[in-house]
Design a protein around this ligand. Sequence first.
Ligand code: IPE
Ligand code: IPE
Ligand code: MG
Length: 242
Amino acid sequence: MSKKLHHVAIIMDGNGRWAQLRDKPRTFGHIKGARVAKKIITYASDNSLKNLTLYAFSTENWLRPHEEVSFLMTLLGRYLKKETENLHKKNIRFSVIGELHKLPVNLQLAVQNTVDLTSKNTGLHLTFALSYSSRQEVVLAVQTIAEKLKSGEIQKFQINEDYVSQHLMTAGTPDPDLIIRTSGESRLSNFMMWQSSYSELYFTPVLWPDYTTNDFAQACRIYNQRERRFGKVFQQNEKSFI
Ligand code: IPE
Ligand code: IPE
Ligand code: MG
C-alpha cells in the first residue's frame, strides 16, 4: 500500500441487484457480499493498509422490509462469530461507528466482544459502519458540544474543526483518503459527510458481490495517480506529498 493512502472507506453496494440478476432473493447477494468483504479485509491487512472502513448498514436501511433487516443482522452476527478469532490472529483492531443501541442486544454483545478482544491490536484498523448516519453523527456531536458549553466546561472559541472532529464517531481515525462505492451509484448516501471533505471519490459499476481484490488494487492505483490539491496549487503541495 502506498504511504499516502492511510484510510480507505468502501460503500459496499449492489448486493440486491446482483442477486436479482440471478433470479435469487436479495439475501443471496448479502451472503456473497459478506464473503467479498472478508477477502477485501484480508487483502487490506496483508498489504499493510492502516485503516479500512466498510459501510455495512445505514440508519436508513432500517426502513427495508423486516425480513431483509433481520437477515442482515443474523449475517452480521454469524460473521463476527466466525471471524473474530481470525481478525485477532491477523492483529486487526475492530471497531464500529453508528448507533449501536439500535442493534439487537445479542449483536451488540457480539460486536462489543470483538471490539474488546482486538482493542490492543496494532495492525489494520477495521471499522464497520453499522446503523450509521453521517447526519445523525453530526447531530449527536452538536448535542454533546452544546452540553459542554452550557455547563461551562468549554468556551465558544474552543469549538474549532478539530474539536468537532473529536466529537464524531470517527474520532482518532484519520479522514478517508479514498472512498470507493460499488454498483454504479454516484452518491454518498449519508456516509462520512464531514470526514469526506477532501476524500478522493471512486465510483465503479461493479456490483459488490463481484468485487475482487484486483478491483480494490486498481482503485488504490488510480488514487495514487490523482493529484490532491486541498485548495492549493500543485507546486505548493508537491514536496509534501512525495
Ligand atoms: C448493499 O447492497 C448492502 C446494504 C445496503 C446492506 P444493497 O442491498 O443496497 O443492494 P442494491 O443496491 O439494492 O442492489
Ligand atoms: C448505502 O447503500 C448503505 C450501505 C452500503 C450500507 P444503500 O443501497 O442503502 O443506498 P441508496 O439507498 O442507494 O442511496
Ligand atoms: Mg443499495
